[in-house]
Design a protein around this ligand. Structure first.
Ligand code: GLN
Length: 304
């Protein structure tokens, strides 16, 4: 497949969308990034890299971190996790509170905020040094020791994090958090604040696509079947209330974040990361989704 030519075509075709969408104003530090960026990086399981645009510039991975935190939690406590979090698509906004009350404090899935906050609680209870251990995993899986948290972004989000604080309080009320509310929130925001560029993100998603190598990074290891299941949850829940539309348009398991990034995989073939900060009304990158839609359209490659 001539991915080089295809990425070039995609870049030309998404160009008119550059001004469309908005930055996430509820996170002050992210509302200030330069919105006029677009990058795409594709890594094949055979070791080739194809890229276009701003692939070396770091951005806040935000909710994409939920794929990594779920991986660590499953590696630590396995199936037990599903007693505290569901695996059904929510059909609601990523920060919705409504279902949490209806479901008595059991979040619908680990990729909405409520679910990821429970996962953060699991990591806090089970990792010997949660902050350092989580970062160690991210550096190993992205193959880059310079990957790091952005503590300013985490603090900015905490300051204005009223909805996430409400979610965390409700989880605590229903007995679904072991640790102190403030500690869980702080760790959750820190996980969201991690910065990567498209190259590092594509590398960090490659193990979810590469089914021939063992998923093993330091103390975090997953079985073939666990990776398959994480991919399934990406497909059904990775884009919140945009998951159906994303599936319809793209057809690759993936995960988005309000920093404008998307990580996706074509199982057994490639991983791909896109970044463009302007978001649609559901918090997903406008240019990123279009680029992935064109990728599966032009290549005729998707899981469907
Ligand atoms: N840190 C963001 C939040 O909790 C993550 C949301 C997202 O990327 N969709 O609101």
């Amino acid at each position: 497949m001539d991915y080089n030519r295809i990425l070039g075509e995609i870049a030309t075709e998404v160009e008119p969308l550059r001004g469309e969408g908005r930055l996430p104003e509820y996170i002050p530090a992210l509302a200030r990034v330069n919105p006029d960026r677009f990058g795409i990086c594709l890594l094949t399981t055979g070791g080739e890299r194809f890229e276009f645009g701003d692939t070396g510039e770091r951005f806040s991975i935000q909710s994409i971190t939920k794929v990594f935190s779920l991986s660590v939690a499953l590696s630590l406590i396995g199936e037990e996790l599903w007693q505290r979090v569901g695996k059904e698509p929510s059909g609601s906004a990523f920060n919705s509170l409504i279902q949490l009350e209806i479901d008595h404090g059991i979040p619908r899935n680990p990729f909405i905020n409520a679910g990821a906050i429970v996962v953060a609680d699991v990591l806090l209870s089970s990792l010997p040094s949660p902050e350092a251990d989580y970062m160690d995993f991210l550096r190993r899986i992205s193959g880059d020791q310079t990957v790091d948290y952005n503590r300013k972004v985490a603090a900015s989000e905490r300051e204005a994090g009223y909805v996430n604080a409400a979610i965390t309080n409700m989880l605590k009320y229903y007995g679904n958090l072991t640790n102190d509310i403030e500690d869980v929130l702080r760790f959750y925001f820190l996980q969201c604040s991690v910065e990567m560029n498209c190259r590092q993100l594509a590398q960090a998603f490659l193990p979810f696509a590469d089914r021939n190598r063992r998923f093993e990074f330091g103390n975090v290891s997953l079985t073939y079947s666990q990776v398959k299941r994480i991919n399934a949850i990406m497909q059904t829940c990775g884009f919140y209330n945009d998951a159906g539309e994303y599936s319809y348009l793209v057809g690759l398991p993936g995960k988005s974040g309000v920093g404008g990034g998307i990580g996706a995989i074509y199982p057994c073939h490639y991983s791909v990361a896109t970044w463009s900060p302007r978001l649609n009304g559901k918090g997903n990158s406008v240019m990123g989704i279009k680029a992935l839609e064109l990728l599966t359209t032009y290549t005729h490659e998707s899981i469907f």
